[in-house]
Design a protein around this ligand. Structure first.
Ligand code: SAM
Length: 376
């Protein structure tokens, strides 16, 4: 058993916590934008492929206090990095430091790099190179005043990047956020899901992938594969375990958008994600939205945002027309809406039954649930 930390966006830690509990990991504990947990290394390999709401997983190696750069250099040199990677591999220090820390971030990162390089040189008469773009080994350093937290990045490029997004249209959601929203909704409990403003299709594609694919990531490499301690056979077995225990489920998924470019992007992304056969995409404006479905389900959507006043006014009328349309056509359905638009939301004229705060990048939003009452 070892201790790991999985990172996510603010507002998604509840989802990440339940995902980790479902994998039966131990000591699962929530923090502001991360969740710590304990499991074996092979289970951590599996977590990389199974988790939908994590952006990164790290292995904490040391916490210490240093009062000046010289002390920092000596404390870093005492940690044996040669057991994690070798002199032929490249590395990178990813440091974030608070304003009151013992030195400027650039200088602190330089000091840590020197201590690691000197350690290798003294032991092997050889030094590893620094590669800031695509390193084999990445050390994450968080410095708050004089407190240093060191961990090894096991992931590399964010887990949010699933690799299927070929094209985007108008402010697409990051993939782990879309997946998290679907988990909040308990989307598998519905028979049908409609996104009438689907943009690049991310919400529906994440739902379709969760229903049909055992692995969130199939064709990529992770940084843990470069560690000296990596066990390829355990990794192979973890992949097999995931595939064997996976159960597929069917659900009707439908996406509309008024913009032809959005539908083109959705179709191409769904194809690249291997789920185009599971989603129907069609170009259609909200004004033509009709309930042509035989059963009751959920509308899950993320309407446009507005920054300028004229856009805000347009949004209010969009929300107002949307509300009227839903009451006319979709009585008995649930509506789930991701929005950062307080004023426009009032124009919807619906009563919220659940409110979840989430962050879409830097924008604080609400994910809101409504029960649509018919006025026919
Ligand atoms: C914020 S984007 C949705 C992004 C999407 N969730 C994603 O992850 O790609 C909002 C979308 O609403 C669409 N839209 C705006 N007004 C619409 C209308 N009246 N009817 C249909 N779609 C509309 C826009 O074309 C845009 O693609």
């Amino acid at each position: 058993m070892a201790k790991f930390i999985a990172f996510t966006s603010k507002g998604l830690t509840d989802c990440l916590e339940s995902e980790l509990r479902e994998l039966n990991f131990k000591n699962v504990k929530k923090h502001v934008s991360s969740v710590s947990f304990e499991c074996s290394w092979s289970q951590c390999y599996l977590a990389h492929m199974a988790l939908k709401t994590a952006t990164r997983i790290a292995f904490p190696i040391r916490d210490f206090k240093a009062y000046n750069p010289e002390e920092l250099y000596h404390l870093i040199k005492k940690i044996d990095f040669t057991k994690y990677f070798n002199a032929e591999q490249s590395f990178k220090i990813d440091l974030s430091a608070s304003q009151d820390s013992i030195g400027e971030s650039h200088f602190l990162a330089f000091t840590i790099k020197d201590a690691i390089v000197d350690q290798f040189r003294e032991k092997f008469n050889k030094r590893p190179d620094v590669d800031t773009k695509s390193p084999d080994f990445k050390l994450l350093v968080r410095c708050q005043k004089n407190i240093f937290n060191l961990s090894i990045d096991l992931t590399g490029p964010s887990l949010s990047q699933r690799g299927y997004r070929q094209h985007t249209h108008a402010a697409p959601l990051r993939e782990h956020l879309a997946a998290g929203l679907m988990l909040y909704v308990d989307f598998k409990s519905y028979d049908i899901i409609v996104d009438p403003m689907c943009g690049s299709g991310t919400l529906l594609i994440e739902a379709a992938r969760a229903l049909s694919k055992p692995m969130t990531h199939e064709k990529r490499n992770f940084l843990f594969e470069n560690l000296k301690t990596f066990k390829a056979d355990d990794y192979k077995k973890a992949k097999l375990d995931l595939k064997t225990n996976f159960k597929t489920k069917n659900l009707k998924l439908v996406g509309y958008d008024q913009h032809p470019e959005a539908i083109k992007a959705s179709l191409e992304n769904a194809k690249a994600a291997g789920v185009d056969h599971l989603i129907e995409f069609k170009q259609q404006s909200l004004k033509d939205l009709k309930n042509v479905f035989k059963s009751t389900g959920a509308i899950i959507t993320n309407p446009p945002y507005g920054e300028r006043l004229s856009e805000k006014q347009e949004l209010e009328s969009l929300y107002s027309d949307f509300g009227a349309k839903l009451k006319q056509e979709f009585g008995g359905w649930d509506l789930w809406l991701l929005s950062g638009e307080g004023e426009a939301l009032r124009a919807l004229k619906f009563k919220t039954s659940q409110k979840i705060p989430v962050w879409n990048g830097n924008i604080e939003c609400r994910f809101l649930k409504y029960q649509i009452r018919s006025f026919k």
